[in-house]
Design a protein around this ligand. Structure first.
Ligand code: 13P
Ligand code: SF4
Length: 352
């Protein structure tokens, strides 16, 4: 990793204050009730020619159901791709709002619904479209690259959209073409990409409330207790945590590491919803959650995204019955946003 900080510029204006909701508490279901609810959801999916498009961070019950019913469980890049390949009429996006918006932008002819439209993301919230647009106006010499975790209106202002799975490749490509980059909204991911590629990047000052809580000192101590464990870190985490990683990557990359590395133990610094898929693919591996706060301290997210937690079997059934929570995107915004998203998908397809 090159540490080329002279090429990293952080927008120093105060970061946005984000209201982080408490984790929703879903009533526990006994086995019989859960089985009946799953059957009803399956029936509704069949009747409506609908598929579930789920992220690795949502509840394991939803991930399981998505797999059993021909949907997908994936990272944000693959979720975006999947929607364009299925012939289902309805995409039920179990994740956060930007994922639903991306699905609708790419598939305007399909109905896209979500269990809860309030499921947002601190990165999306930290990047209001009007302020972001003004920022871009001040730096017109830079290519605008935005993380997928943004609103449709922010994507509409971008030249490129990236996810964590493709960010390094795209920024390296732009850097090789001699382009300077304006990056938003995640400053940690942006700094990781900048350090790795050496690109000249101006960073918006946003952060993920989940990954920002991983603590470097606690991680050092945990590594001493488990010296043979491989450390897996999502690049939305702070530098001092990323620097201790054996593998830094998207959710898919971290899952593959658990499957493929010879280690028996893994310390995992990302949302703990990912453990469901890791356990499924590598049941004999021991997974240890990376520490989020010092002893006795409180944390806002405790390694579990409060917005991802808004997805549950219960509100999935409700939305399938009511048809509510449909994502709509203003046509002009959609037309501009689809260009920057397609650019990413075309680039990823060429790499494959
Ligand atoms: P991935 O694209 O790696 O799944 O990340 C999405 C996300 O929101 C991580 O916090
Ligand atoms: Fe956003 Fe962080 Fe939640 Fe991912 S984990 S959706 S980046 S708040």
């Amino acid at each position: 990793m090159t540490n080329n900080d002279s090429r990293m510029h952080l927008d120093r204006s105060a970061p946005h204050t984000i209201q982080v909701p408490a984790h929703p508490i879903w009533p526990a279901l006994n086995d019989a009730d859960k089985a009946a609810l799953r059957d009803r959801v399956k029936q509704l999916l069949r009747e409506q020619n609908a598929v579930l498009v789920a992220h690795y961070y949502v509840d394991g019950d939803l991930q399981e159901l998505a797999e059993e019913t021909g949907g997908c469980v994936a990272d944000s890049l693959e979720m975006a791709r999947f929607g364009t390949t299925t012939d289902a009429d309805t995409l039920v996006v179990c994740g956060v709002r930007f994922m639903g918006e991306t699905a609708k932008i790419l598939n305007p002819e399909k109905r896209v619904i979500m269990p809860d439209l309030d499921a947002t993301c601190s990165l999306d919230e930290a990047c209001p479209a009007d302020q972001f647009s003004a920022f871009c106006d001040q730096h017109r010499d830079r290519t605008v690259v935005v993380y997928a975790n943004t609103s449709a209106a922010v994507k509409a202002r971008a030249d490129w959209v990236v996810t964590s799975g493709i960010a390094l490749d795209i920024v390296r490509h732009l850097h090789e073409r001699g382009e300077k980059i304006l990056w938003a909204p995640d400053r940690h991911l942006g700094h990781y990409v900048q350090r790795t590629t050496g690109a000249d990047m101006l960073l918006w000052n946003g952060a993920c409330v989940v990954h920002e809580e991983f603590k470097s000192f606690g991680l050092q101590r945990l590594r001493k207790l488990h010296p043979d464990a491989a450390v897996l870190v999502h690049p939305e985490s702070p530098d001092e945590v990323v620097d201790q990683a054996d593998v830094v990557g998207s959710t898919t990359a971290l899952i593959k590491a658990v499957q493929n590395l010879p280690n028996k133990e893994f310390i995992v610094a990302t949302d703990d919803g990912i453990f469901w898929k890791m356990h499924q693919l590598a049941p004999d591996k021991k997974l240890i959650a990376a520490p989020t706060a010092g002893e006795g301290a409180t944390c806002e997210s405790c390694a579990h995204c409060p917005w991802m937690a808004m997805n549950a079997l219960q509100n999935l059934e409700t939305v399938l019955r009511s048809g509510a929570n449909a994502i709509e995107i203003d046509p002009d915004t959609r037309e501009r946003a689809v260009t920057s998203i397609r650019r990413m998908l075309d680039f990823a397809a060429q790499r494959q």
